[in-house]
Design a protein around this ligand. Sequence first.
Ligand SMILES: NC(=O)c1ccc[n+]([C@@H]2O[C@H](COP(=O)([O-])OP(=O)(O)OC[C@H]3O[C@@H](n4cnc5c(N)ncnc54)[C@H](OP(=O)(O)O)[C@@H]3O)[C@@H](O)[C@H]2O)c1
Length: 327
Amino acid sequence: MRALLCTEPGPVSNLRVVELPDPVAREGEVLVRVLAAGLNYPDGLMVQGKYQVRPPLPFVPGMELAGVVEAVGAGVDGFAPGDTVMASTTTGAFAERCAVPAAQVLHRPASLPADLAAASLLSYGTTLHALEDRARLRPGETLLVLGAGGGVGTAAVGIGKLLGAKVVAAASSPERLDLCRRLGADFTIDYAAEDLKERVKALTQGRGVDVVYDPVGGALSEAALRATAWSGRFLVIGFASGEIPRIPLNLVLLGARSILGVFWGDWSRREPRKSADELSRVAAWICEKRLSPVVTARLDLAAVPAALEDLLARRVHGKLVVLPGGP
Ligand SMILES: NC(=O)c1ccc[n+]([C@@H]2O[C@H](COP(=O)([O-])OP(=O)(O)OC[C@H]3O[C@@H](n4cnc5c(N)ncnc54)[C@H](OP(=O)(O)O)[C@@H]3O)[C@@H](O)[C@H]2O)c1
């Protein structure tokens, strides 16, 4: 099969498309023919050896996929060849075939196209878990989303609206903010041109927002925490800026605020049933067109290294998807 291979940690441009033997479904695994796989910022970090997960070398990157079951290993119930499925994988999705532990595989509704499924597992799974389980976002509350034009950011705008929040989308360009308005954002802030804290205060009559969703980190985090209302919740999603902020804890005390960590991958392994239930709800919302994953490009495997470079360099909005078997 064709697959993208990482042989040693380094620049994403070192990734090569190679021929590998087809994987087999071992005990407890499902072998999936990959129709689509989503690209994520952590893929780029993992290839460089900068992610919290460091797989043994060599490895095929790719964390989320959608496809069709080709075979099942011993002891697997509930899946059969021909089933349409989707799965989160940690590695292995950027290939024509991938063997995945059955616990990480979900049935994919026939009306959910593979590209939309592959684009939504990680971003929407993370976001629903963050907003509902961690922040306990309530209808009528105000949600500030940083990096709102990116993968998890666009998901947060969509799910925030669906859960009944008033959404303030913040990003670094007018194009990204246009996209956020199309996804339903009530207000937008261009933090490349405007002061984040002052704009939030102005939009909320000085009160601040109830929940912050922060996949960016760096200097924006403290500004956003300072713009959080009394008893507000601050979700730590990631550090796409490359800088892990150091936060003065008096800001937490003074506003009776909470800072909440979110690690969807680990949580979904610890709580597989709840995670599967949340992903099924996301799939149903997409089928009902209540959520619209933003797929901005569908790529061949050979185009993935350049696309990951763009993702790491802040040149992408929405989600990129690879179609390993071709369009
Ligand atoms: N906690 C979890 O469970 C979890 C799950 C999934 C992802 N994540 C993390 O969430 C973060 C975002 O992931 P993603 O897939 O949504 O990435 P993405 O699509 O690239 O979006 C990241 C956004 O961050 C902003 N950004 C600011 N400075 C940047 C820089 N120097 N380089 C790149 N982007 C920059 C960009 O928006 P502007 O240009 O508008 O600022 C960009 O749209 C990553 O750190 C990832 O590891 C965490």
